[in-house]
Write a protein that binds this ligand. Sequence first.
Ligand code: C2O
Ligand code: CU
Ligand code: CU
Length: 508
Amino acid sequence: MTRPTLSRRSFLQACGAAGTALALPVTLGGCGTDPGVTIDGGDPLPVPPIDDGELIAGVRVFRLDLQAGTVDFGAGAPTATYGVNGAYLGPTLRFRRGERVRLEVTNSLAEPSTLHWHGMHVPAASDGGPYVMVAPGATWVTEYDVTQRPMTAWYHPHPMHQTGRQVYMGLAGVIYVEEPTPPADLPSTYGVDDLPLVIQDRRFFADGTHPYSGGATVAMHDMMAGLKGQTMLVNGAVQPRGVIARGLVRLRVLNGSNARAYHLGFADGRGFRLIASDGGLLEAPVTTSRVLVAPGERVELLVDFAGDATGATVALQSYSGEVFGALFTGQMGANLADGLDRATFDLATFEVGAPPPTTIVPPRSFAPIARLAEGDAARARQVTLAMGMGAVSINGTQMTDLTTVPAAISFDIPVGDVELWTITNTSGMAHPFHVHHRQFQVLDVDGAAPPAALAGWKDTVVIGPGQVVRLLLSFAGVADRAVPYMFHCHILEHEDHGMMGRFFLIPP
Ligand code: C2O
Ligand code: CU
Ligand code: CU
């Protein structure tokens, strides 16, 4: 097997402008590009509005309007943005297991878009991938049954080649899937002791623009590295300060960044319990002081502030430097990492407020997770993620348009089958690999059983440089030979440049 690598020479060429000597370590912008302005944070932490929809004839109806807006992030001038029912980001949609939901998505933008329900088990025609576009001015109405276990999902656009830009502009939001009655032993008062944190990094310039402004495509270096910036947004505000309950708090973290992974921890070193990954609760809380969350992934943390004084503050940080070697290796990794990938930095500050409405004693364990076994698999597939010569690829090829998709990245999967996918990363940087429609299980990582944080249901998993990760996927659902689902790297610039494939669920 040949292992394509990006040589220093081709990398320099990829960076364009001759003479922009690449100083190692790469500075924030990379390739001598403008790293953007530094913005002081500290504004109040916004909490996205909760949207329970409207119950109409037994169906929970949500109305989502993709719209253009303007936000002053403090760059020096306002920034043109997109949002869902607002100027930036969108409401938190609360779905209940056993209900049917109807999504009415109106596209008030001047360009085509879509909304994809990342993490949701839905028929392909409802999935909102690049094959189901919503024209400017049109409304897309889709309905599906919420059958999956409680979890934190999210929604974002998915147009071919434009996902990175549209998400960067601000189109994204969180979905809570809950039981009709949430469990009493976990915090569940929205915005008080149960809050979503959407983490995104941005690169703003002094005139309020960013690298995707005005419909631009990003420079080659940002395509290869994924677009990263030095300004951290949480729920759309720069390094905000949020008042949280003086008790047990459930933080539902979504990494909504285009490319940057975060290694979360608290500045005072306090531990917390990791209770859920992408697909919902783990079998038991994992006590830790760090958790890695890559683009597309969600983690749920229980953090205890009961022992803190009212008014005390603690910063949520990313200890990125601690995982540098796990996310970047060799010359390619060194070239594609930036300063923050080697550093520790603040994301948000919490100020301890009033006690929560009730004192919660969380369970020591949750429901067991039925394990899929290697022997359940009807077939095995290889998925090789690679980078080289200014391009990203899967199985040696790329998805460049919707119609001519090479067989190596277009799968037909009989409904109901279990498959074993071996994901191999031959590149020098990590790729968060995502599969639509179904939560999967990690069978092993480089031959070893997955760590506890990866032992639950997942829909996005980090494949480190040089790693081999085997997944078991169970393809229940509805056959549809016309509309496929997608699988891809969730570094959105990689996805947009073809590190994506598709699969059709076909009749058994
Ligand atoms: Cu969140 Cu196809 O992705
Ligand atoms: Cu998805
Ligand atoms: Cu990637």
